[in-house]
Design a protein around this ligand. Structure first.
Ligand SMILES: [Zn+2]
Length: 610
């Protein structure tokens, strides 16, 4: 929404009457125009361009054609005008045009007879360019150079480019071309090669904030810096967007600008509200998150905007998580920094990535849905239900030392045959942490060569309380010995304690056997190869290994395989009636779960067409 608004404002800025007069002249001129940079020094964030231009003018080596590229609102057209003034000013050519003489003022206003600004989008045909070529031959009427500024030059047709090329090959001495484009890749290489190209960078948020602050000061407006930061971040590197948004906000707020007002206007959640929402998400408190969302909506926040806010926030958490300094934060305001760091430490990078993925997917779906609020609520609950995808080795270490006492946060499966794992172990005393970690790193590689180390350390270590027999049920305080007899039932126990998708997929395995000491082989029917591939994914395999470790009381390695079903003679199973097939498929755990979830019944079976 705000994007549209700022676009509209930007359009208003450009379509406004081309008058350079100030507001006192009776005609209102928008901020973006009034505060357009007039000299190379005033050009913000494009130091490399200013320096190169000034150097060329001082050494009288100004080229005959320039290509200015960069995103919208970063100063391309402004620079073109400054260059035109520098060349044509009555005191010029000079690096500091006077901005007082008639020529300078006319160029600033876009109405100079010798500086022609052409909009490539509306003059894109070959006829317009032919016209231009005829005019090129005519000498400038009062200044040194005839200067053509063609905006959005990439919009020209191929024929128009060809016509232009002829002029570019042998331009008259008195002609300069300045092409501006947001999409340089659409400009033919033949044009490129005849131009000096300058790439305009996006403008740093801090620089935009400074500029907006100075504008507010000049306009006599009291603006909170945090409010200007919000505007500048939203402008995403475009000074013009920032100024247009400021203008729009000021038209509603009057002479005082606070961040609260701004949040209301933009449909974003206010600082405090957002902060609490994030903290609920980080703490995995779904109810709290939904309450906070509800309150934000009641205050006028837009759920889509909040989702954008979340994406930005977790982007910074991710940056913090991988070790970037606070200067790398793009969205967090200065007050947020400690919280961003804390969230990064609490969640771990993997979890943050998973959260961002959820938010990003939801944003994509939001555009196609009329149930925006529900989608955002789903995203919040999914985030709260995410397990911490921390480094597996840390987890395994925790399990072994007995430190992990909690079942997975979402565990609520009925019929859990084991007592909660929390009561299954006792601490085996503090092990030397470093050594422990080293062992566990080796164990942690799921599906890798079996580490005998793991089996030995686990099974050989004598029990502290010697009375427990190895065959004791799971309630025993010691790890359970994994045998070919109990492998399948322990596997089932592990799955029963999981309510994730991975449990449903893993349940489709048709056999679990002991493949070595503390090592299980999980076999899938050929038709469930996709389930096998799913379970093999690192996060999913980690979930399974961890859950098994909770049930068994020690690290169990997992291997996945697919049964070669082709070895079975295909003629043996008698062809099933459609009804029998439907009934059979309805027993499939995945289908059953889906039916429970949606209150559905099974009507028909469609075989995948492979
Ligand atoms: Zn001048």
């Amino acid at each position: 929404m705000a994007e549209e608004l700022s676009n509209a404002a930007a359009d208003a800025a450009t379509s406004d009457s081309p008058s350079g007069e100030s507001a006192s002249g009776g005609q209102y001129v928008v901020i973006a125009r009034r505060y357009r940079p007039q000299t190379f020094d005033e050009l913000i964030g494009q130091g490399h361009v200013s320096r190169a231009m000034a150097g060329a003018i001082e050494s009288s080596r100004v080229g005959h054609a320039y290509l200015f590229t960069g995103a919208r609102g970063v100063g391309k057209t402004s620079s073109a005008r400054i260059l035109a003034k520098a060349l044509n000013c009555i005191n010029g050519p000079t690096t500091t045009p006077c901005n007082k003489c008639e020529i300078c003022q006319d160029i600033s206003a876009g109405s100079d007879v010798d500086v022609l600004e052409i909009d490539g989008a509306s003059n894109r045909g070959v006829d317009e360019i032919r016209q231009l070529r005829q005019n090129v031959a005519v000498r400038p009427s009062r200044a040194r150079f005839k200067i053509y500024i063609i905006d959005e030059v990439h919009m020209l047709t191929r024929e128009a480019f060809n016509a232009l090329l002829k002029t570019l090959e042998e331009p008259p001495e008195h002609v300069k071309f300045i092409f501006c484009t947001t999409e340089p890749e659409k400009v033919p290489i033949t044009i490129h090669s005849r131009c000096q190209r300058f790439d305009f960078a996006g403008i740093a948020t801090a620089a935009i904030v400074d500029r907006l602050a100075s504008i507010c000061e000049t306009e006599g407006i009291q603006a909170e810096r945090s409010a200007l930061e919000i505007i500048a971040r939203r402008a995403a590197g475009s000074m013009r967007d920032g100024q247009s948004l400021l203008e729009q906000v000021l038209s509603c707020c009057g002479k005082e600008l606070t961040s609260e007002q701004l949040h209301r206007l933009l449909g974003t959640a206010s600082g405090k509200r957002f902060e609490q929402l994030v903290s609920h998400l980080v703490e995995r408190d779904a109810a709290g998150a939904l309450t906070e969302l509800d309150a934000a909506v009641a205050e006028g926040a837009d759920v889509g905007q909040m989702l954008e806010q979340l994406l930005g926030y977790f982007r910074d958490v991710m940056a913090a998580g991988v070790g970037c300094p606070t200067t790398a934060y793009l969205h967090a305001t200065s007050g947020d920094e400690p919280r961003v760091k804390a969230a990064a430490e609490q969640l771990g990078v993997e979890t943050v990535l998973a959260i961002m993925q959820i938010v990003d997917h939801t944003l994509a779906r939001l555009r196609l849905s009329t149930h925006a609020r529900t989608l955002v609520e789903i995203a919040a609950v999914r985030i709260c239900n995410l397990e911490n995808l921390e480094d597996l080795s840390t987890l395994v270490a925790a399990v072994r030392s007995g430190a992990v006492a909690t079942a997975p946060t979402t565990s609520s499966a009925p019929g859990q045959r084991l007592p909660p794992p929390a009561r299954s172990y006792t601490s085996r005393g503090p092990a030397p942490a470093a050594e422990q970690k080293k062992n566990n790193l080796a164990d942690a590689s799921v599906g890798a060569a079996p580490s005998h180390d793991a089996a030995e350390t686990t099974s050989d270590s004598p029990p502290d309380s010697s009375s427990t027999s190895p065959d004791a049920p799971a309630a025993a305080a010691e790890p359970i010995e994994l045998t070919s007899d109990n492998a399948a039932s322990l596997w089932q126990n592990a799955l029963d304690g999981l309510s994730d998708l991975v449990a449903d997929q893993a349940a489709l395995a048709d056999g679990v056997t002991l493949a070595g000491p503390r090592r299980l082989l999980v076999r899938f029917p050929r038709k469930y190869n996709s389930c096998k591939l799913f379970c093999e994914r690192p996060e999913q395999a980690a979930t399974l290994v961890r859950r098994l470790a909770e049930v068994v009381g020690g690290v169990v390695q997992l291997e996945f395989a697919v049964d070669e079903a082709n070895s079975e003679p295909t003629s043996v199973p008698p062809p099933m009636s459609a009804r029998a097939r439907t009934a059979e498929r309805a027993q499939d755990p995945f289908v059953r779960r889906a039916m429970e979830l949606f209150g559905a019944s099974s009507i028909r079976v469609d075989e995948p067409s492979s």
